[in-house]
Design a protein around this ligand. Sequence first.
Ligand SMILES: Nc1ncnc2c1ncn2[C@@H]1O[C@H](COP(=O)(O)OP(=O)(O)OP(=O)(O)O)[C@@H](O)[C@H]1O
Length: 324
Amino acid sequence: MPDKILKINDLAVEYKNKGKYLRVLEDINLELENGEILALVGESGSGKSTLGKTILRLLPDSARIAEGSIFFKGEDICNFSEKKFNDQIRGQEMAMVIQNPQNALNPVFKVGTQILDVLYFKSKKQKSRKELKKEAVKILKKVGISDPEYRFDEYPHQFSGGMKQRVMLAMAFISNPSLLIADEPTTALDLTVEAQILNLLSNLVDEYKISILYISHDLGVVAGLSDRIAVMYAGKIVEVAQTRELFDHTNHPYTEALLNCLPDYQKTKKLQTIPGQVPDPGNYPAGCNFHPRCSHSFDRCRQEEPRLEEIASNHYSACFLNGL
Ligand SMILES: Nc1ncnc2c1ncn2[C@@H]1O[C@H](COP(=O)(O)OP(=O)(O)OP(=O)(O)O)[C@@H](O)[C@H]1O
């Protein structure tokens, strides 16, 4: 099996808006090793979710892959038919957890029934739901739901946000996927529950040895979880490095600005923001997309687009400051 579970080459994605395609992702090159947790970080609107949805083919009809390829376990999955992708990849080899589990769980069915459904399809309809109930209860227990036999017969609205996210993780792991795309799974939770879910995720990763693309707007959250971090801005990856390296030797001014925005719990400095906003697709500036918000920008940044370049071992950054 190839070392890289996922290899994205020169990917560009567009959404149709008022009859015109606008580019939302451009020049995306990313690789994910087996068993690696790669965090995708950036402000709202930078294109993180679009990338996750592109990999899992969950884009709306108004979107298209304009360029590039996505190799999963050595095969270009962009060439798979919808049926092949559905039968072999989505929900089997790749699973997803999203920010709001409320939207993923069906409110009219008991939580246990929804887990049973997943187990039933995993058994290729060979086992009866009665047989599978023991397994479902075991799974609920494994993800930290106390009193699982009783909880099995409850409805999603009777579960807290953290419990619902535990259930979503349980359902995602049932098919033993090789890749999990986690799109801000803890954003709607309070800090202590968030920490519990991150711990649960780490434990599941250790046990199942899967790869994770973890989408977050918060560098603080991914610091203790990810092996590597890719920072996105306005549809492009601007910096990629091992987590420790990214924090210790931050290169791109955008990454630096994101780090400066992390809350200071000692309260020794004021809460920082990045002036301005992520530009909308179709309104990207000439040159470097970040230059209007960058305090280090100079003439070249306004004229040319910087490309990702290796600035240290396995550390890539797209900034003209590196050439000075
Ligand atoms: N269905 C859509 N049609 C048109 N444009 C879209 C659509 N979905 C997203 N976009 C645009 O694509 C850009 C990237 O959005 P995306 O949701 O991928 O960013 P994000 O980094 O995940 O942000 P958030 O954390 O807020 O979800 C944004 O400018 C957004 O407005």
